[in-house]
Design a protein around this ligand. Structure first.
Ligand code: CP
Length: 312
């Protein structure tokens, strides 16, 4: 298959075939990370800029590692140390980075749609590392890779996503991605944390967490996005944990081979108990490992070959 996208902005705009191709490429990239010398010359001479307006451990570090494993030159910029603090606009900042002939700009921003706006204004490829409450496509791709690796398929599997769905770009990207690949998706959480029209994404809602997880093949726990809560969305941490935290007693009623996922950062004891986060059913660190492979695949696919810049 010819991968011809300039940018990776969201799961919405990736086709079934494109997602499968990215996952197949990531499988091959993973092997490079398992070699004693974890470096290939594929992106030698390419320039990659990470521009993160929000905090990150996993996404930023794994993009950086991915770029270096492919021998690209990478540079990091944060909002607090860039001229954004002097009043420079997002588009002007992006155009300046573009003027330095960068090949890929990876951006995380608190405003939904920020990467899409930049993509229209620069020649470089844009990869969305999370935009507000909209999407986090690379997280969904690494989650799909992890499930496909552990279960051998995505089609017909049952995914339960639990927690703060409204404020979660991870939930949105995963609902879209898992539905595109043929999974069934249920969500559960406090009603105030469920977006109106969740059914239009193809997910079904149940108030009762036990019902959502009882027949699930995969349980994906989410962090409460306290930084995005503008109102009082749940009674207390204690109440939330009782109703929507994944504890050993709730796990008794799930399938024995259920996969437990969490995109991180994990708040142990709130949305997931420490015993479950560290259990054999947990694939949380497999997700992190696969994050490097998926990001290597994406950097290779947007910057590694000759592409038509008018496509996308
Ligand atoms: N999953 C995720 O996006 O983690 P970071 O915020 O640490 O990048």
């Amino acid at each position: 298959m010819q991968f011809n996208k300039k940018d990776i902005l969201d799961m919405e705009s990736l086709s079934f075939d494109e997602i499968q191709f990215i996952l197949d490429t990531a499988d091959k990239m993973k092997e490079i990370s398992q070699r004693p010398i974890k470096k290939v010359p594929t992106l030698r001479g390419k320039t990659i800029i990470h521009f993160f307006y929000e905090a990150s451990t996993r996404t930023k570090t794994s993009f950086d590692i991915a770029a270096k494993r492919l021998s690209a030159d990478c540079f990091s910029l944060s909002a607090t140390t860039s001229s954004v603090v002097k009043g420079e606009t997002l588009i002007d900042t992006a155009k300046n980075l573009d003027a330095m002939n960068s090949d890929v700009i990876i951006i995380r921003h608190s405003a939904s749609g920020a990467p899409h706006l930049i993509a229209k204004n620069v020649k470089a490829s844009i990869i969305n590392a999370g935009d507000g409450m909209h999407e986090h496509p690379t997280q969904a791709l690494l989650d799909l890779m992890t499930v496909r690796e552990k279960k051998g398929k995505i089609e017909t599997l049952k995914l339960a996503i639990i927690g703060d769905i409204s404020h979660s770009r991870v939930a949105r990207s995963n609902i879209i991605g898992f539905k595109k690949l043929g999974a069934e998706v249920k969500v559960s959480g406090p009603p105030a944390m469920i977006p109106k029209g969740i059914e239009s994404l193809g997910a079904t809602y149940t108030f009762d967490m036990s019902e959502a997880i009882s027949d699930a093949d995969i349980i994906m726990m989410l962090r409460i996005q306290k930084e995005r809560l503008s109102d009082f969305s749940y009674p207390s941490d204690r109440e939330y944990s009782r109703l929507y935290g994944l504890s050993m007693d709730k796990l008794k009623y799930t399938k024995k081979d259920v996969l437990i996922m969490h995109p991180g950062p994990v708040n142990r004891g709130l949305e997931i108990s420490p015993e479950i986060a560290d259990s054999d059913s947990s694939v949380i660190l497999d997700q992190v490992e696969n994050g490097v492979a998926v990001r290597m695949a994406l950097l290779y696919l947007v910057a590694g070959g000759v592409r038509n810049v008018d496509s996308n």
